[in-house]
Design a protein. Sequence first.
Length: 62
Amino acid sequence: MTGAPTAEVYRIDWLPGTDVLHGVCHCGAERTAEDPVELWGWMLAHPTGHDSTSHDEKGRTP
């Protein structure tokens, strides 16, 4: 591992019975998607596209 340790916590949970993943960024923004790569890309792009509202993979508020 390189660089200083960070306190940023990212979380992705699988929603049982679906193909949907629910991601929570360290800033508290939430999003759902079926594609884990897309979800990680969104999280790691912080703060681009992040706000305190939950969005699905198309950017719509559920």
